[in-house]
Write a protein that binds this ligand. Structure first.
Ligand code: UD1
Length: 429
């Protein structure tokens, strides 16, 4: 199994190109199921999750062609996918495929909308425990689908087609909003989604759906209105830049010190995180090419932050901020309000010497002068990269084990960081 070896202590200086957003690319690829015609997606990141979703869509009969590089393309430029769902030959998404990636459950929405049926395995782990899908099921039922759960599968049928409805989400859910939005595009009549997620990836998907002929308004606000249409057609769309990758590298620079241009980044996608970084002592400037982050000399100041749905501080940057605050001058408090137990990184950060105390949803981090490198284990996607950031700033050698989580969500991580002066390498086998 691959590992990443880091020798910490170098400042980061240079340019890091920001990839297309994983959390937009996945639902955009799934939206390709809604049309018989080809959906072309540009700037799709080369990630394990994207490859896995290609396999899942292929199982439904979708042809996906990945276009190679063109003269003049930047070496980091994402791939272009041609997604053609002319013939859907199978409406079942089996356990073996869905259990590997939670977002693949979302295929239930376009399959149901276009084929009036779907059989999709419940996503991995315990069925309706933490990270449940009850609100996704509620939304589809509101749209007139009949759903049963049998043998670990959700079996969904809408014999006369889906019908527009008013959907009130009791809590903000990104997955629920994606599913309701995609399903409603082909429903008869008008759908209103109240308390919708406002995340930029929802807006990106809505923009693409509109290019495909859907009639969606209000994406990016808590009230989305969708006028159903009979068919969607082909379109071409560019995936927006990854705000979590942007925030992650910004925190890495804040932690090691140095000066890095995050090329292609869009500040409005992560303003809350940039504000926190400024408060912590980083200098953030916005320019034509993206965002520049630097920190020279002065130490890090502690911060108090709660995660929240967009435009609040993203839960997907919580672990990285905790790594950063482990070297602040004083005590910080970080409260996780989106996912209970999203603190797997705490015990691994402790191996670097970080002083973190957990009390329910809140972590108190007592900053220390210097972390020390250590062997650590990557636990989940965002937690893994917090260990990389800690390793970059720590004295001595860090070995991050089980890095397949990183490959799910961070494109060419070690290449991008070593180009900025980090000592970081992948050890295969
Ligand atoms: C998405 C992102 C993930 C991010 C999260 C929150 C993708 C592929 N993943 O995950 O990176 O961390 O948004 O910004 O885009 N919930 C229910 N019932 C449901 C669905 C969700 O109770 O049916 C709860 C969840 O347990 C959680 C909260 O709602 O506590 C938010 O979940 P949700 O926004 O749906 O997250 P994901 O879409 O899974």
């Amino acid at each position: 199994m691959d590992r990443i070896r880091i020798v910490g202590g170098s400042k980061l200086n240079g340019t890091i190109p920001i990839s297309g957003a994983k959390n937009a690319a996945l639902p955009l690829m799934i939206a390709g199921l809604l049309s018989e015609e080809t959906l072309i997606l540009d700037n799709v990141p080369r990630l394990a999750d994207v490859a896995q979703l290609q396999r899942i869509l292929g199982n439904h009969g979708v042809d996906i062609m990945s276009a190679g590089k063109r003269p003049g393309d930047h070496e980091y430029q994402g791939q272009t996918l041609h997604i053609s769902a002319k013939n859907i030959i199978d409406t079942t998404a089996p356990y073996e495929l869905v259990s590997k990636m939670r977002a693949s459950f979302w295929v239930i929405a376009p399959l149901l909308a276009r084929m009036q049926e779907a059989k999709v395995s419940l996503p991995g782990g315990c069925a309706i425990g933490t990270r449940p899908v009850d609100l996704l099921i509620m939304a589809l039922e509101k749209l007139g689908a009949e759903l049963t759960i049998d043998g670990g599968y959700v079996i969904a049928k809408a014999p006369g087609g889906l019908k527009g409805a008013e959907i009130d989400f009791p809590k903000v859910t990104v997955s629920g909003t994606h599913v309701a939005l995609m399903a409603a595009t082909l429903a008869k009549g008008t759908t209103i989604i109240n308390n919708a997620a406002c995340e930029p990836e929802i807006v990106d998907v809505a923009d693409c759906l509109n290019k495909m002929g859907a009639r969606v308004t209000g994406a990016g606000t808590p009230r989305i209105v969708i006028e159903g249409v009979a068919k969607l057609h082909g379109a071409r769309h560019t995936v927006l830049p990854d705000r979590i990758e942007t925030g992650t590298y910004a925190m890495a620079v804040a932690m090691t010190g140095g000066d890095v241009q995050l090329s292609g980044a869009r500040p409005e996608l992560l303003q809350s995180a940039l504000d926190v970084l400024t408060q912590a002592g980083a200098t953030i400037t916005v320019n034509n090419d993206g965002i520049r982050v630097s920190r020279n000399g002065a130490g890090l100041s502690p911060v108090n932050v709660s995660t929240a749905p967009f435009p609040g501080f993203p839960t997907d940057l919580q672990a990285q901020l905790m790594a950063l605050m482990s070297c602040a001058k004083g005590s910080s408090h970080i409260t996780e309000t989106i996912f209970e137990n999203r603190f797997m990184h705490v015990q691994e950060l402790a191996r670097f010497g970080a002083r973190i105390h957990l009390d329910g949803e809140t972590a108190t981090i007592d900053g220390i002068a210097k972390l020390r490198g250590a062997p650590v284990m990557a636990t989940d996607l965002r937690a893994s990269v917090s260990l990389v950031i800690a390793g970059l700033a720590a004295e001595g050698e860090t070995m991050v084990n089980r890095i397949y989580h990183l490959d799910r969500g961070f494109e060419r991580l070690e290449e991008k960081l070593s180009a900025c002066g980090a000592t970081i390498e992948r050890i295969s086998g």
